[in-house]
Design a protein around this ligand. Structure first.
Ligand SMILES: Nc1ncnc2c1ncn2[C@@H]1O[C@H](COP(=O)(O)OP(=O)(O)OP(=O)(O)O)[C@@H](O)[C@H]1O
Ligand SMILES: [Mg+2]
Length: 503
């Protein structure tokens, strides 16, 4: 059975059809300047194919959320979910075969990339049993697979580009058919564009884009001039799912409308402003009040809460019962995986979400997929590992007390506190600013010092400088004290044994 999706009419007046099965195998690239009708084309394709195949739309502007009412797509507002949450959502969408719109509106470029990558990763990573065919539409694909580095971090770009490359290069086997649209071919990473075998080229003005379009279509560059004259909604089609020769077509109407319809010209208000100057240039309202510092937590209450929570849910009891040895073995293997990740250069400066993703993947590779700790547990493992604590030390009674104290700090500070605690317990010199910065995942020494002050303000430690400017830290109540350490020592010296010994 072949399923022909009606896209509209050919310039000769015939029916312009898209072969859905062929499309699944050969992917599609849509190019055209702003306003040429790409999003409209994608909408037409989605609407026409919705009854036949599961679909998802990576939607940077939130334009496609209107598909939900008419066609039942689940709208996922990326803003409200973590990367991990989105990855899992991607997996589940495939398992349950639900069509979705990933609405990335309201996020900055960095987060659009990260979250789209996480969601695409989920679609991609799902187990073989769930490799049903699915259309994955990415509008404004150059945002996710940019040809050159932009303002976002290298890491976000790598994640996003990796996900797009996977989609276009390796998605077919997994049933994923990439359909990507871009305003400018020259802005789209070449390897991503090159994997599509079907093209719909709309109105294009810039020579460099026309040249690339002509190359992709196998046309002479001079023929590509015709792309300038295309009207809105008109495209030149080529590819196994469309036509074996370049074919002009006009995209038909859609049942739903974009949510963000373009602004229309409106007559200016007739009444003249009494005093435009006074209104427009009046003093700005006071800046919104800055978020207040967190109130100093009540240490005792928090400790009690943490302790009772810890007693209620023995962390290991959740799953099927394993023997103590099996559990210990499993924990050792998880620790080893984490150590391997931490041994990579620069790990200290990577976001926890990224580390966690990598951790999950490695666990799967090692056949520990069902034993992957959740993000909260992972944070704790990371904290422990960064402080240089092996699992067995961490289970020592005194250490349990220290970890419990650490819980009054934000997650990302706990590792630093534990690292200092360990130095204190063993009577080693106080870690330098550089070592603290590294454990905290920053390059800024100033931030490291602020951090120490913050921990001191929470009543966990007392910092003192001796006559030679060396620092000692005392742990409140436990009375463990570090040996004096130079705050400006470089990281390698006093600290080395601390950050790497037991990993
Ligand atoms: N085939 C068509 N028939 C009727 N209206 C169309 C057609 N194609 C596009 N339009 C209308 O033209 C306007 C611009 O189209 P669209 O938003 O699809 O452009 P675009 O190429 O996605 O632009 P951008 O790159 O800026 O997102 C929209 O209001 C859309 O409804
Ligand atoms: Mg558009």
């Amino acid at each position: 059975m072949t399923v022909a999706i009606e896209m509209g009419q050919t310039t000769a007046g015939g029916l312009a059809a898209l072969d859905l099965e062929e499309l699944l195998a050969t992917r599609l690239l849509v190019q055209g300047n702003s306003g040429s009708g790409k999003s409209h084309l994608l909408r037409r394709l989605l609407e026409q194919s919705a009854p036949w195949v599961q679909q998802t739309i990576i939607d940077p502007e939130g334009d496609f959320v209107t598909l939900a009412d008419r066609f039942g797509h689940l709208v996922i507002d990326a803003e409200d979910h973590s990367e991990r949450g989105l990855q899992v959502a991607g997996e589940r969408a495939r398992i349950h075969r639900v069509s979705t719109v990933l609405n990335l509106e309201g996020l900055d470029a960095e987060n659009q990339m990260r979250r789209a990558a996480a969601f695409l990763g989920g679609l991609f990573e799902v187990a073989r049993d769930h490799w049903y065919p699915m259309l994955v539409v990415v509008d404004e694909a150059q945002l996710f697979a940019p040809a050159v580095a932009g303002e976002v971090s290298d890491e976000a770009r790598k994640l996003s580009l990796g996900a797009m490359t996977n989609l276009m290069c390796r998605g077919r086997k997994r049933g994923l058919a990439g359909i990507i649209a871009t305003q400018r071919l020259a802005k789209l990473a070449k390897n991503v564009a090159a994997e599509a075998s079907n093209f719909l080229m709309g109105r294009t003005f810039l020579d460099i884009d026309m040249a690339r379009a002509a190359d992709l279509l196998g046309m002479e560059r001079r023929q590509a001039d015709a792309f300038r004259d295309l009207e809105r909604g008109q495209f030149m089609a080529l590819g196994p799912a469309l036509s074996r020769r370049p074919l002009g077509l006009r995209i038909g109407p859609t049942e739903t409308r974009p949510r963000n319809a373009p602004p229309r010209l409106m007559p200016l208000p007739e009444a003249t402003l009494e005093d435009a100057r006074a209104v427009i240039l009046a003093d700005p309202p006071p800046e919104s009040i800055r978020p207040q510092r967190r109130p100093s937590p009540n240490l005792l209450d928090q400790l009690m809460a943490a302790k009772s929570a810890a007693m209620e849910i023995p962390p290991e009891a959740v799953e099927q019962p394993l023997s103590a040895e099996e559990l210990a073995e499993r924990r050792k293997r998880l620790d080893r995986i984490l150590s391997a990740i931490l041994a990579e250069p620069d790990t200290g400066f990577r976001a926890i979400g990224v580390l966690y993703q990598e951790f999950v993947v490695r666990c799967r590779i090692e056949g520990l997929g069902s034993a992957v700790p959740d993000l909260g547990d992972f944070r704790r493992m990371l904290t422990r590992a960064r402080a240089g604590l092996a699992t067995d030390i961490a289970e020592d009674d005194a250490w349990q007390d220290v970890s419990l104290r650490a819980t009054i700090l934000p997650d990302d500070m706990q590792g630093v506190f534990m690292m200092i605690a360990r130095a204190a317990k063993e009577g080693r010199p106080c870690p330098s600013d550089a070592a603290i910065a590294r454990a905290y995942g920053t390059h800024s020494l100033r931030r490291a010092r602020h951090l120490l002050t913050y921990i001191e303000e929470q009543g966990l430690i007392v910092c003192q400088l001796d006559g030679a400017g060396r620092r000692t830290v005392t742990l409140v109540e436990l009375a463990w004290v570090t040996a004096p350490g130079a705050p400006n020592a470089d990281e390698g010296s006093a600290e080395e044994s601390c950050s790497s010994s037991s990993l």
